[in-house]
Design a protein around this ligand. Structure first.
Ligand SMILES: [Zn+2]
Length: 332
């Protein structure tokens, strides 16, 4: 997959592409800025651009050439990635030494040798010092790209040897547009999320996702309580009244479909909510599949009604009454 930089990264992209076309790209680049600005994404696009044998005038990789294909399968001999083996661990001196050895050999395909070091703040004192020589006396046609979110954690000796490129807070309007159109974030909560996420678009997206996930999991917990008769539909409707009924109905419909699928296979190939599968499974076991199909029809009708002037609270209560009935035992 060819990655294009995010819309808020155009300026940095154009700057580097201009220098690339002039043949004076810095040999050591430090991409920095708070987390969630998409630096990793940008770096990947840049690596791809550098190793593409047929890039466009704007610097976009072609996706077809030998370089693009090898990079896509993670097998390009002129691309070296340096990252901790596990999150939170260090980039070791050993890794840095191996890098130096690899760089001493000339490029396999006669183009650039590209190194991505991320996150650079995971270089410890020994490995950072070990890297200095590589930064000071770069081998021919070598581009080192360092990523970091906390620039104050880098040694001054590293900083002074890199050309810094800042990914600062992008302008608000296009960011909100991106969040709404590309990231599917509700425009009503996007400004708040962006604020909480240090103006970083990807962080805002993450927050949106995590918030919704919590609400969704909460609702399922209440549905479980309903199925056991530990709560009433009125109580649940009251607790959920701050969440848009359209969202609730969408989640319910997805779960309903998942429970139908679970009736046919213990490990369905496709599932709407894989993260909630273990909660849905015991519920599905208690319900007759015919009832699930009927309830699905009711949910579709409720979704239609939700877009009308209907009393939303009542609609939700009715929908939840229908849920409780799924678990009613047949009279003997
Ligand atoms: Zn290419």
């Amino acid at each position: 997959m060819i990655q294009q930089p995010y819309p808020w990264q155009k300026e940095q992209w154009q700057l580097l592409q201009q220098r690339l076309s002039q043949g004076n790209l810095p040999h050591a680049l430090l991409l920095h800025g708070v987390e969630g600005m998409g630096k990793q994404h940008f770096a990947q696009a840049l690596v791809n651009s550098l190793l593409c044998e047929n890039r466009s005038e704007k610097g976009e990789a072609c996706g077809q050439c030998r370089g693009c294909k090898l990079l896509d399968v993670g097998n390009h001999p002129d691309f070296i990635s340096l990252s901790p083996e596990e999150e939170g661990k260090n980039i070791t001196i050993d890794m840095v030494r191996k890098l130096a050895t690899k760089l001493s050999i000339s490029s396999q395909y006669g183009g650039y040798k590209v190194v991505l070091i991320a996150p650079a703040e995971q270089l410890n004192l020994a490995s950072a010092n070990g890297l200095l020589k590589t930064l000071e006396e770069p081998t021919a046609d070598t581009i080192l790209i360092l990523l970091c979110s906390h620039i104050n954690r880098l040694l001054p000796t590293i900083l002074s040897r890199c050309q810094k490129l800042l990914f600062a807070a992008p302008p608000l309007e296009p960011t909100l547009a991106w969040l709404a159109e590309q990231a599917g974030v509700d425009s009503g909560i996007a400004p708040q999320l962006l604020k909480l996420g240090n103006d970083a678009p990807l962080r805002a997206q993450q927050l949106a996702e995590s918030g919704v996930l919590e609400q969704r999991a909460d609702l399922l917990k209440m549905l479980q309580a309903l199925s056991r008769g530990e709560m009433t539909p009125v109580q649940v409707a009251e607790r959920e009244k701050k969440i848009a009924i359209a969202d609730i109905l969408q989640w319910l419909s997805g779960w309903n479909m998942d429970m139908i699928r679970l009736q046919y296979s213990p490990q369905p190939a496709h599932i709407n909510s894989p993260d909630l599968l273990e909660q849905l499974r015991p519920l599905a076991q208690q319900i007759d599949v015919q009832k699930l199909y009927k309830y699905f029809d009711k949910l579709i009708e409720a979704s239609r009604l939700a877009r009308t002037q209907v009393n939303q609270q009542l609609l939700l209560e009715e929908t939840l009454v229908g849920w409780v009935r799924l678990f009613a035992k047949r009279r003997s």
